[in-house]
Design a binder for this molecule. Structure first.
Ligand SMILES: Cc1cc2nc3c(=O)[nH]c(=O)nc-3n(C[C@H](O)[C@H](O)[C@H](O)COP(=O)(O)OP(=O)(O)OC[C@H]3O[C@@H](n4cnc5c(N)ncnc54)[C@H](O)[C@@H]3O)c2cc1C
Length: 499
């Protein structure tokens, strides 16, 4: 390997500017640390830039992600670039954002906080001496550079810093290492909102399989549908079957998965799909891109011909990067697991929260496996890489099992982890020691003072919302559809007490 041509030094170094990394960098800088954010793309936000944000609330419709992520929502709303939080019985809540304005705002936030940025820059190696991570080696148009840091935060989504620094990681489900199926999302424009809603109201079409077995819940949804700004879909199986029988649908997907966005004519399609991806293998990734680009025209034609309200629709925008739901998970001082989530565990070293259901897009089958959870906390130990000093992580590479990360992976929850990691890193720098030496009460008090939620101010269930929106039973029956034998839904991960 050629020697780096220059060396940079920073107190906190964040790799990856997705939901987790962007928030980590902002939190570190706002808490006084000199912060450098490195991103391989030419924009900020990672895949959060193309999706609605799910799961700010729990199943009791209490706001459980606050702090910086909530500030992002409020600033977008002030720009007229986001909906309000739409409550939902399966996903708890959704806020639809304008992708372009989020990228603009993210850049502005970084500038305001004084975060130094390096775009189009790829981490290619990790600087490790003994048991300490000292930073990374990067490559970009300017060549190869050495970047030294007191604390490095791996928010690459792929655990790239950990993997290159020989820090333990795991990938995929226990049985065969396969990760959740990836999806390249795209937007359809020119959708007739009224026609679409009329279709959703047709019981024969069954636009949302989660709610259809519960007539009272469905009735509540039907009453709200006309006024909803964000409508989450997971159903329409009959239409997919009919199109497949007609030889017009050969995508490994059996339901319409997508979101009617707050822009009246726009719909986000979350249906391209590749089975058996290895997100850390370039040949596999390239193959995945080839396949999803073949699937998009099939799906555009399917919507126009078969789905009510889409007759005049057209392809609006394709996301700039393949949506990889799961990749390397870095082993931390604690491994968050499904039982923690289902029980709604409160850890002494809690630093953020989550409550989104365990939502596994089957790695080798179709549709999803799901299990509801209670509002749970995420301990600081899940953000600290095990057996080394100087390395934190947040977002998709959190220390969590395949099942737990299927909940913690949604955008607001990744942002909450990012705020905690960035704040912990800044406090460690201030004290001149490692993150493990920061007293947990100091970190928690700092996070609380900056509006973050980790269980202190959640409050009572929102009874009015429960009445208006309804609740799914906590123990819903498992989803149907073609599961493969190694699927998580085989049951190994659901504790017997929760079945
Ligand atoms: C198809 C799909 C649909 C989803 N739908 C929703 C939804 O509707 N709502 C929701 O809340 N969540 C959704 N999620 C989950 C959620 O979007 C992601 O899990 C979350 O955004 C992950 O954030 P992150 O910061 O961990 O990773 P990412 O957003 O993947 O960010 C990682 C960043 O690191 C950069 N990077 C990677 N490697 C390197 C490197 N070596 N050097 C430099 N930079 C690097 C990448 O370019 C990227 O910007 C969805 C996920 C997928 C895949």
């Amino acid at each position: 390997m050629p020697a780096p041509s220059s060396t940079f030094r920073t107190e906190v170094l964040v790799i990856g500017s997705g939901a987790a990394g962007l928030t980590a960098a902002l939190a570190a800088a706002r808490n006084g640390a000199e912060t450098l954010l490195i991103e391989s793309a030419g924009f900020l936000g990672g895949i959060s830039a193309t999706l609605p944000w799910l799961g700010f609330h729990d199943r009791d419709y209490r706001l459980i992600v606050k702090g910086l992520p909530l500030e992002f929502c409020q600033r977008l709303q002030a720009l007229g670039a986001a909906s309000h939080h739409e409550l939902d019985p399966k996903c708890a809540s959704a806020i639809s954002i304008d992708s372009h304005w989020w990228k603009i705002l993210a850049m502005q936030l970084v500038r305001e906080a004084g975060v130094r940025l390096m775009l189009h820059t790829q981490v290619v190696d990790t600087i490790r001496e003994g048991d300490r991570i000292h930073g990374v080696i990067v490559e970009n148009k300017s060549g190869r550079q050495r970047i030294e840091a007191a604390v490095t935060i791996d928010c690459s989504g792929d655990g790239d810093v950990a993997a290159r620094g020989h820090v333990a990681w795991a990938k995929g489900r226990t049985a065969d290492g396969l990760v959740q199926a990836p999806t390249l999302v795209f937007k359809l424009a020119g959708v007739n909102r009224a026609g679409f809603i009329a279709g959703c109201k047709d019981p024969a079409i069954n636009y949302r399989e989660w709610i259809s077995p519960y007539p009272e819940l469905r009735e509540k949804m039907m009453r709200r549908l006309d006024h909803m700004h964000v409508i989450i879909c997971g159903g329409f199986a009959k239409l997919v079957e009919q199109a497949r029988a007609a030889g017009e649908f050969n995508v490994p997907q059996t339901r319409i998965v997508g979101v009617k966005l707050h822009q009246p004519d726009q719909f986000l399609v979350v249906m391209t799909r590749v089975l058996g991806l290895d997100p850390t293998n370039t040949a596999s990734l390239t193959d995945a891109y080839t396949r999803v680009y073949e699937q998009i025209p099939i799906l555009v034609r399917f919507f126009k011909k078969w789905v009510p309200g889409f007759e005049q629709s057209h392809l609006g925008e394709i996301a700039p990067m393949l949506g990889v739901r799961e990749s390397r998970r870095i082993m931390g001082d604690y491994l968050l697991n499904a039982e923690d989530l289902i029980a709604g565990r409160v850890f002494d070293d809690a630093v953020s929260m989550g409550a989104y259901h365990i939502d596994i897009h089957r790695p080798a089958g179709t549709w999803v496996d799901s299990h509801n959870v209670r509002a749970y906390t995420i301990p600081l130990r899940c953000l600290i890489a095990h057996d080394v000093d100087g390395l934190l992580m947040a977002g998709k590479c959190l220390s969590a099992t395949h099942e737990a990360v299927a909940s913690t992976r949604v955008i607001p929850i990744c942002m909450g982890q990012g705020q905690a990691a960035g704040t912990a890193a800044a406090l460690a720098v201030k004290r001149g020691g490692g993150v493990r030496q920061v007293p947990i009460s100091e970190l928690q008090d700092t996070l609380a003072a900056q509006g973050a939620e980790f269980g202190r101010t959640v409050g009572e269930p929102n009874w009015q919302a429960i009445d208006e929106v309804g609740q799914l039973p906590f123990d819903e029956p498992p989803t149907t559809g073609d599961k493969d034998s190694a699927s998580s839904a085989a049951g190994a991960w659901v504790p017997s007490t929760a079945r």
